[in-house]
Write a protein that binds this ligand. Structure first.
Ligand code: ZN
Ligand code: ZN
Length: 240
C-alpha cells in the first residue's frame, strides 16, 4: 500500500484477527468478509474464528467451531484463500482464536494446520502452534475499555502472568479494534494491532503495517522480528 519511510519495500496493510459466519460469532459470511477486505485494499488477512473451551461450549454451542468441524473450516478457508488471491492479490492466512473463556485466555494461532484444544494450558497451546509452524499472539491482553460498562477482561490470565509468558508469544496485541493497551507498549513487547472484526463497522479500527514480502513465511518472520512493524488506524473514507 503506502510508500515506505526508509528503503524501497512497500508496507503491507494487515489484519490478523477476524471472525465470520457461519464458523463463529461474526455477523458476515466468510465470502463477504473476504470481499470487504479485498475491496478495501488489504494485503494480508488472517481469519481467526473461535474454538472455545469445553465448559463455555456447553453454554454457547453455536458461537464457535466444533472440534469435528475444524477440517471443514480449514477447507473453506483454503477455497477463499485462492479466490482472495485471484481477485484481490490479498493473502488469506488460515487461523483460529483459541479461546478459554473459563480460565481467561484468548490466543490467536496464525497459520494453523489442525485443531488445538482450548482446554490445554497456555504453554502447551503455544508449543502446539509453533509445532504446526504457526505464530502465537496474545489477544486483547488487557481490559477493553471500549466495551463500556461491560468492560471485558477476557485474557486476564495472560496479563496476570505476563512476565512468564512474554517471550513465549511471538507478539502481543498492543491494540484491538478501538482499544490501545499502553501496558504492552510500556513493556516493549513485540506487538501487532488487529481489528477483531465481527461486523462491517469493525473494519475501521487499529491495524498492522508490515514491511516485508507478500507471502506467509515472510509475514510470520516480520511479526517475529518485529522491526518493520507499525500501527495504523484505518479510517472510513468520507470522500471517494
Ligand atoms: Zn477474544
Ligand atoms: Zn476475537
Amino acid at each position: 500500500m503506502t510508500s515506505d519511510l526508509q528503503g524501497t519495500q512497500p508496507w503491507l496493510l494487515c489484519d490478523f484477527h477476524i471472525h465470520t459466519r457461519p464458523w463463529s460469532d461474526g455477523e458476515e459470511l466468510l465470502e463477504k468478509v473476504v470481499d470487504l477486505y479485498g475491496q478495501s485494499g488489504f494485503d494480508a488477512i488472517c481469519i481467526t474464528d473461535h474454538v472455545v473451551d469445553s465448559e463455555y461450549r456447553r453454554s454457547c454451542p453455536n458461537l464457535s467451531i466444533a472440534p469435528a468441524d475444524f477440517g471443514g473450516y480449514l477447507e473453506h478457508l483454503w477455497q477463499e484463500r485462492r479466490r482472495a488471491w485471484e481477485l484481490y492479490r490479498m493473502l488469506l492466512i488460515p487461523g483460529s482464536e483459541i479461546t478459554n473463556q473459563t480460565k481467561g485466555y484468548h490466543i490467536l494461532a496464525v497459520d494453523i494446520k489442525t485443531y488445538i484444544d482450548p482446554d490445554l494450558e497456555v504453554e502447551t497451546i503455544i508449543k502446539e502452534i509453533h509445532r504446526q509452524g504457526g505464530i502465537a499472539i496474545a489477544c486483547h491482553p488487557h481490559r477493553k475499555d471500549s466495551d463500556g460498562a461491560g468492560a471485558s477482561d477476557n485474557s486476564r490470565h495472560l496479563w496476570n502472568n505476563h512476565a512468564r509468558f512474554s517471550d513465549m508469544f511471538d507478539a502481543w496485541e498492543v491494540a484491538n479494534r478501538d482499544d490501545l493497551f499502553n501496558v504492552v507498549g510500556l513493556k516493549k513487547y513485540r506487538y501487532i494491532a488487529n481489528g477483531d472484526f465481527h461486523c462491517r463497522r469493525h473494519l475501521y479500527s487499529w491495524k498492522t503495517l508490515l514491511r516485508c514480502e507478500k507471502n506467509v513465511e515472510a509475514i510470520k518472520q516480520a511479526i517475529r522480528d518485529n522491526i518493520n512493524v507499525s500501527l495504523y488506524l484505518y479510517r472510513e473514507r468520507s470522500h471517494p
